[in-house]
Design a protein around this ligand. Structure first.
Ligand SMILES: Nc1nc2c(ncn2[C@@H]2O[C@H](COP(=O)(O)OP(=O)(O)OP(=O)(O)O)[C@@H](O)[C@H]2O)c(=O)[nH]1
Ligand SMILES: [Mg+2]
Length: 428
């Protein structure tokens, strides 16, 4: 069965986080999918610990209740942490201490005293004034209301970030500027960005450039295949206006597509990695560059070869990589591995993938959703977790922001270290 989608919008989640704090909401029950039935509700939600029940009268009237106690079919619960809420007007109604916050019974769904009883009869909720919750005259779930939808979420406390980041680090940029590559084998590490169309490759190059310029720049063309530049092999030296420039060249490619009819030819990825492809080369989907193609670099120097390959993957897609794309990238990976070139994954669009992160980038490593995406890509591409970096690009922004910079710079510093490892290995 495909994953059930939550009806909570990013805005609704944001509003709920004002009541609940930093939590993860895991959808247990959705009436329109599982049935408006007390029996199914109990089968899915009993004994799950803290939960949030959300009723939707329509897209605007959204209300429900939180309890930190288990649902069940008997035993009423006193729960001083319970509350009812109504999202329009952002209202929270506290429980009266010591009263029955949750009335458990097999004959109805979530029941917050008699103030708000879900699945009282199919889609209908009932609400009658009682002593349990501090309601007022303006609640929008008075008397009987027919619901379009009812969802129950397990509320999971966010325990610890899955990776530690020093968000206050102001030395990252200096560490990158002053990075000395192994024995000066090359002046600059050459890093290739590869990945599905629209994943954010060009935006990442612009973002890195922006961090070092301290203004949002747009050197690489963003916006997909419609743009001619997206079919061209472009390389960008990252330069600092004032002070030392980082020892980096970022190489932008055409996006990969699922079939063979469009997108970059995988042989060309390997041709770039080996250093055969000249700057400004126009990719041809149907056939890769040949030894007799104009500009073909026959005997590339170490500096012309790629020293690290970065796979750029969009974290906001429901399926992070389709089986066909996974297969394509795996094929590229195995050829890169033969050349012993390090590989990294950038998980882009974390702001779009998780509303918590969209609201505050410091949530990136607290977000279970982003962690799951990182694990998924790690598993599919057989990477170790320290090679996967969530980032948000500068895409809508017009000024730089410290938190966005930190994610980009953390990834970049690690990429430089992998470049260094590769150069050192060449010596052995
Ligand atoms: N929300 C969000 N959008 C992003 C981010 N990065 C890129 N985008 C958007 O994603 C779209 C595609 O970005 P590009 O940088 O053109 O992607 P690409 O991988 O270079 O695409 P191709 O060159 O076509 O393969 C653009 O509309 C960007 O504005 C991000 O971190 N967050
Ligand atoms: Mg691009």
């Amino acid at each position: 069965m495909s994953a059930i989608t939550s009806r909570l919008t990013a805005e609704a989640r944001e509003e709920l986080s004002e009541f609940l704090g930093k939590v993860n909401l895991h959808l247990l029950y959705k009436a329109s999918v599982h049935g408006f039935s007390a029996e199914v509700f109990h089968a899915k939600c009993d004994g799950q610990g803290p939960t949030l029940t959300v009723g939707y009268r329509d897209s605007y009237h959204i209300f429900g209740g939180y309890t930190s106690e288990d649902f069940g079919t008997d035993e009423n619960k006193v729960d001083d942490k319970a509350f009812l809420f109504q999202l329009d007007y952002r209202r929270k109604f506290a429980v009266r201490p010591g009263t029955v916050a949750v009335h458990n019974s097999p004959y109805h769904g979530p029941s917050f005293g008699s103030s708000l009883v879900f699945l009282a009869s199919g889609r209908w909720i009932t609400s009658s004034p009682d002593q349990s919750y501090c309601l007022d005259d303006h609640v929008s779930f008075k008397n009987s209301v027919c619901l379009e939808e009812c969802e129950v979420y397990r509320v999971e406390e966010l325990k610890a970030p899955w990776r530690k980041v020093n968000w206050k680090n102001s030395n990252l940029i200096k560490s990158i500027q002053s990075y000395k590559l192994y024995r000066n084998t090359v002046a600059k590490g050459r890093v290739l960005l590869v990945g599905p169309t629209g994943g954010g490759k060009s935006s990442f190059i612009n973002s890195v450039n922006s961090v070092f310029r301290d203004v949002v720049t747009n050197r690489a063309l963003v916006g997909g295949e419609a743009i001619t530049g997206a079919k061209m092999y472009s390389t960008y030296s990252i330069r600092q206006r004032h002070g030392a420039s980082p020892p980096l060249i970022l190489c932008d490619t055409m996006g990969l597509a699922e079939g063979t009819e469009s997108g970059m030819h995988i042989d060309d990825v390997i041709n770039i990695v080996k250093g055969h492809v000249p700057k400004k080369y126009q990719f041809n989907t149907a056939s890769p560059i040949q030894a007799d193609t104009k500009g073909y670099i026959k005997s590339p120097t170490i500096a012309e070869r790629i020293h690290c390959v970065v796979f750029v993957i969009d974290a906001s897609k429901p399926t992070i990589l389709s089986p066909a794309m996974e297969q394509k990238i795996r094929t590229i990976q195995s050829q890169i591995a033969e050349l012993e070139i390090p590989q990294v994954v950038l998980l882009t669009k974390v702001d779009e993938a998780c509303p918590l992160v969209g609201k505050d980038l410091e949530n990136t490593y607290w977000s279970e959703h982003i962690e799951q995406k990182a694990r998924e890509v790690q598993r599919k591409l057989n990477m170790i977790s320290s090679c996967v970096f969530p980032v948000k690009n500068y895409w809508i922004d017009i000024v730089c922001d410290h938190l966005t910079d930190i994610l980009i710079l953390s990834a970049l510093l690690q990429i430089l270290r992998y470049v260094d490892d590769y150069l050192e290995n060449l010596d052995d």
